[in-house]
Ligand binder design. Structure first.
Ligand SMILES: [Zn+2]
Length: 458
C-alpha cells in the first residue's frame, strides 16, 4: 500500500478534528469566545446517532434532515422574512449545552438610542485661559506668595526673585537720572550765559547735545526696567532727591510688607491674568532661569477636553455636538464640541476633537483622563440590544433569536445607532428573545461550512 495513502488513511480523522479545532480557535480568537467545555458534547460523540458534521444529535439536525429545517423556516414570522433571504439557524446540541456555552437569552426592550461615539479624553486648558509665569531675569527665588488653589487678580505679585540684573538696572537708572539732572542744569546755565554774550553758539550746541544724550541714556535705563516688568514713571521719579529715589527704586513693584530694607535686586513676578494658581514649580532658594515657568495661573471655570477620534469616524463629529465626560476619578462634566483638527496624526491616524467643558465648581482639573461620549445624532426609537448580542459577518450584523431551547434564528439586522452601552437595530420587536452573550458560538454554528471547510465525516 502506498505509504502516503496509508498515513492519510490512519490520520484523516485526526487531521479533520484538528482542522475543526483550528477553525474554532480562529473564530474564538476573533470573537473573544472561549471554547465550551467538551463534557457537553462528549456523551453524544460516543453515540452512533450523532451528526459529526454539525455537532448535534443526528435525529435533530436541521441541516441534515431537510424536512426539519423546512418546517422551522415555515414557522418564521412574516417580519423575519424578506424575499430572497437565506434563512439560517444556529443549532446547539441541547438546551443544557446552550446554558453551558455561556449563551444567555433576554427579551428585547425598545428604547430611544442616540448615536454616541465613545472615546477616551484628557482635560486641558483653554489655550486663552492659561498663563505660565516665569521670571524675566535669572536669579534665586526669594519667596512664593501664593499656594496651589489660590485665586489671584490680574497683575498680582505671585513671587519675588532676587536677581542681580535688577540691581544693575536700577543702578543704571539712577545714574541716568543723575546724568539727566546734571546735563539739564549745565544746559540751563550755559544758555543763560549765552544770552549775556559770554558763551559761543558752539558751546550752546555742545550742552544741548549732551542733554539729548542724557535723555537717551535715561530712556534706555527706563526701558531696561520696563523690560524686567517694572512700571516706571520717569516724570515722578526724576525730581526726587537721590536718597528718596534710591529708596523708591529699591521697593519698586514690591507689595507692602515684602521690603526687607536691604536688597535692591528684588524682582516681583506678576500674574498677567486673573485665575487660580494650578501649579507651582519653584520654591524659595531655588535658582531660576529666564522663561522657565515658576507658576501656572489659569481660569478653570471652563476647560477643554482633548478627544482623539479615529480618522474614519471623525466625519460623524460636528461642532456643537454634546459631549459628556466622566473622569477616572468619577467627576462628570458636559460640554460641546468646539473644534476639530484639520488633519490626522500621521502615526496614529487619530484626529483631535476639542470640546469645551463647563467647570463651574472647578471640580475638574487639568490632566484628568476619562471616558467621553460624543452624541453624534438624534435618538432613534428601536430595539436596543447590548453589543454582545451582535456578531458581524463582514459588515453584516446578526442577532440570534431563540426559536426552540437549542435553536436560534440567525437574523441579519441593520444597525440604526450605537451608543456604546447599547445598539439600536431594526427587525426586532419587544419581547423577541435574543441571545445577549455567547453569540460567538451561535455565529459559528450558523456557518458550520466555514469551520471544517473541506472536511467530511464519511
Ligand atoms: Zn448534520
Amino acid at each position: 500500500m502506498n505509504p502516503v495513502l496509508s498515513f492519510a488513511g490512519r490520520h484523516v480523522p485526526a487531521i479533520c478534528s484538528f482542522a475543526v479545532l483550528a477553525g474554532l480557535f480562529w473564530w474564538g480568537h476573533h470573537t473573544g469566545w472561549r471554547l465550551a467545555k467538551p463534557e457537553a458534547a462528549a456523551p453524544h460523540a460516543a453515540s452512533e446517532h450523532w451528526c459529526m458534521e454539525h455537532h448535534v444529535p443526528e435525529g435533530d439536525c436541521i441541516l441534515c434532515k431537510k424536512d426539519l429545517g423546512k418546517a422551522l423556516t415555515a414557522k418564521e414570522p412574516e417580519r423575519h422574512r424578506t424575499s430572497g433571504e437565506d434563512i439560517r439557524f444556529a443549532q446547539i446540541a441541547s438546551a443544557e449545552a446552550v446554558g453551558k456555552s455561556g449563551i444567555r437569552v433576554e427579551p428585547v426592550v425598545m428604547a430611544a438610542v442616540a448615536p454616541r461615539m465613545r472615546v477616551t479624553g484628557e482635560t486641558i486648558y483653554l489655550p486663552e485661559s492659561v498663563a505660565r509665569i516665569s521670571s524675566r531675569s535669572p536669579g534665586v527665588v526669594r519667596q512664593v506668595l501664593v499656594q496651589v488653589g489660590s485665586t489671584v487678580p490680574a497683575h498680582a505679585v505671585v513671587a519675588v526673585v532676587d536677581a542681580a540684573e535688577v540691581g544693575r538696572a536700577k543702578s543704571a537708572f539712577m545714574q541716568a537720572v543723575a546724568g539727566r539732572v546734571a546735563a539739564q542744569a549745565t544746559a540751563t546755565r550755559v544758555r543763560a550765559s549765552a544770552e549775556g554774550g559770554f558763551r559761543s553758539a558752539a558751546e550752546v550746541q555742545e550742552v544741548d547735545a549732551r542733554l539729548r544724550s542724557a535723555d537717551i541714556s535715561l530712556f534706555d535705563a527706563e526701558q531696561a526696567l520696563r523690560n524686567l516688568g517694572f512700571q516706571v514713571e520717569c516724570a515722578s521719579l526724576a525730581n526726587l532727591e537721590p536718597a528718596a529715589l534710591a529708596d523708591r527704586l529699591r521697593r519698586l513693584g514690591l507689595p507692602e510688607g515684602l521690603d526687607d530694607g536691604g536688597s535692591a535686586n528684588l524682582l516681583p513676578v506678576l500674574a498677567p491674568r486673573a485665575g487660580s494658581v494650578t501649579e507651582i514649580r519653584a520654591v524659595a532658594g531655588e535658582a531660576v532661569e529666564v522663561n522657565a515657568p515658576l507658576l501656572v495661573v489659569a481660569d478653570t471655570g471652563s476647560l477643554w477636553l482633548s478627544l482623539p477620534v479615529p480618522a474614519n469616524r471623525v466625519g460623524q463629529v460636528a461642532i456643537g455636538q454634546t459631549v459628556t465626560f466622566t473622569a477616572s476619578g468619577g467627576q462628570e462634566a458636559t460640554g460641546t464640541v468646539a473644534a476639530i483638527a484639520q488633519s490626522a496624526d500621521q502615526q496614529t491616524r487619530l484626529v483631535t476633537v476639542w470640546a469645551r467643558l463647563a467647570n463651574p465648581e472647578q471640580r475638574l482639573r487639568v490632566g484628568l483622563f476619562g471616558q467621553a461620549s460624543i452624541t453624534t445624532g438624534t435618538p432613534v426609537s428601536a430595539a436596543a440590544v447590548p453589543p454582545g448580542a451582535i456578531q458581524f459577518d463582514g459588515d453584516q450584523a446578526y442577532v440570534f433569536v431563540r426559536r426552540t431551547p437549542s435553536i436560534f434564528r440567525s437574523l441579519p439586522v441593520r444597525i440604526l445607532a450605537r451608543d456604546g452601552a447599547q445598539v439600536a437595530v431594526d427587525r426586532l420587536a419587544a419581547g423577541d428573545e435574543i441571545a445577549v452573550s455567547g453569540t460567538g458560538m451561535l455565529f459559528s454554528a450558523t456557518f458550520p461550512e466555514r469551520m471544517g471547510a473541506g472536511c467530511t465525516d464519511d
